[in-house]
Design a protein around this ligand. Structure first.
Ligand SMILES: [Zn+2]
Length: 458
């Protein structure tokens, strides 16, 4: 399968089966906005729950937080977002299309025949659409501005948050004191963020509204190197054991000193080999005490921490792993999408099937209950089984069309188990359970079905 085909196929499957719809579609859509449909919502929820369990719930050194999207604008003054959170853009003088300068230069340098000597800056570049000249680059702040209340002036201006980190930093003291935590510990949060991207695109890869899962891990600065290594190896474990990603698709990009934020002593970008090329998936940065020291300065509050054992008083340093939830979801779809030949009911015959081979714990629907016939006695019996399974699993019930077609439909959305109820089931109180990946079938007693599935889905 061609890489570009893969992206197209995934986008089309997402629309067709209700994972992801174009936003505001009945009004002609809104560029680069997407809505998560029933299955997309479930998949996203499962990814967030898995992330939360792995990075927060199962650890003794993490606490949760859920802060406001609109914060006091001073937060963004302190963090530097108001002054520096901008991209450089140029506009074509003839067709007026706008480009991010860095994206444009990257695209040009990747082309065959690229001559470093001829293209020293954006001045030497022409519009790829119409060959027009560009304006001088200007800075464009990515913050979404709004106003609080009825008056629109500088006293009521506010911003939608561009990251969740600010909420963790301004609550550091509240959280540390109410939970009586000692360093090291982390504060974690999942939430929506907003950035007025100049060039969004590639489906849900770059959008203006997106979800982040991130945490600030507060440490004594003397421990930064070993803590950074600890989180890097946890992140590897996350991709390998929980997201079950082919590790060859990940690139661990150590950011050079000149390319790092001035305060960061180490940053690693985790990149993924998307069908449209290598791109950022998420990152981990050692941010020193930059954030707390800035918030101390702008708020005038003392945010120092005193070690109860040594009485040493210092400003905690921070290691910050950040994960884009939507990008992780995109990766889970790209990794899961499989086309293969599967045997049919006829001996020796095969047919093509599309399967989303999600890790079972991420699959949106866990079990489908499929009665072999729509006859009342069988469907009411099957509905009872489905109703009972719903107490433990996300269940789909489907009684239309042939059993083969129904299997294909479940394969296509990644349902790990199909439970077929036939007329024998009424007598022997057993059902047939089919495994998505092996397509093996097993006859299971209904009284043991829940236990059987729970064990398989563990
Ligand atoms: Zn142009």
């Amino acid at each position: 399968m061609q890489q570009n085909d893969l992206m197209e196929k995934v986008v089309s499957l997402c629309k067709r089966r209700g994972f992801i719809f174009p936003g505001s579609e009945i009004y002609g859509g809104l560029a680069n906005s997407w809505d998560y449909g029933p299955l997309g919502h479930l998949l996203k929820q499962n990814i967030k729950n898995a992330w939360w369990k792995f990075f927060v719930q199962e650890r003794e050194d993490m606490v949760p937080l859920d802060t406001a999207i609109i914060m006091n604008p001073k937060v963004w003054e302190a963090s530097g977002h108001l002054q520096n959170f901008s991209d450089e853009l140029v506009e074509c003088k003839s067709c007026h299309r706008r480009f991010r300068t860095d994206h444009l230069l990257a695209a040009i340098s990747a082309k065959p025949g690229y001559d470093k000597e001829k293209i020293r800056s954006i001045k030497d570049v022409r519009c790829p659409d119409c060959n027009g000249e560009f304006t001088a680059p200007k800075s464009f702040n990515l913050m979404f501005k709004t106003f609080l209340g009825t008056t629109e002036d500088s006293t009521t201006v506010a911003y939608l948050r561009p990251e969740t980190a600010g909420g963790m930093f301004v609550n550091f003291k509240n959280v540390q004191q109410t939970t009586r935590r000692r360093l090291p510990f982390g504060i974690a949060q999942i939430g929506k963020n907003f950035r007025n991207e100049i060039t969004p695109g590639n489906f849900i890869f770059r959008t203006r509204e997106f979800e982040i899962g991130e945490f600030e891990y507060f440490i004594n600065p003397k421990d930064w190197e070993k803590t950074f290594e600890m989180w890097l190896s946890e992140i590897k474990r996350w991709w390998k054991d929980v997201m079950c990603v082919n590790m060859e698709n990940l690139v661990w990009h150590e950011i050079e000193e000149g390319d790092r934020a001035h305060y960061s002593k180490r940053t690693v970008d985790i990149e993924y080999n998307y069908p449209f090329g290598l791109g950022e998936l998420h990152g981990i940065a050692y941010r020193t005490d930059f954030d707390l020291s800035r918030h101390e300065k702008v708020s005038g509050q003392d945010l120092h921490y005193t070690d109860p054992e040594t009485n040493e008083k210092f400003l905690p340093h921070v290691i910050e792993p950040t994960f884009g939830i939507d990008r992780m979801l995109l990766v889970s779809l790209l990794e899961a999408y499989t086309e293969e030949e599967a045997p049919t009911a006829d001996e020796g015959e095969t047919e093509a099937r599309v399967v989303l081979k999600f890790p079972k714990h991420l699959a949106p629907i866990k079990v489908a209950v499929l009665p072999l016939s729509k006859k009342e006695e069988l469907s009411s019996f099957a509905k009872q089984i489905a109703g009972d399974l719903r107490k433990n699993f996300q269940v789909d019930y489907d009684e239309t069309q042939s059993i083969g077609k129904r299997y294909r439909r479940q394969d296509e959305i990644g349902t790990p188990y199909c439970v077929t109820v036939d007329f024998d089931s009424l007598e022997d109180k057993k059902v047939t359970v089919r495994d998505r990946d092996t397509m093996q079938q097993e006859r299971i007693e209904i009284t043991k079905l829940k236990e059987y599935l729970a064990d398989k889905l563990k």
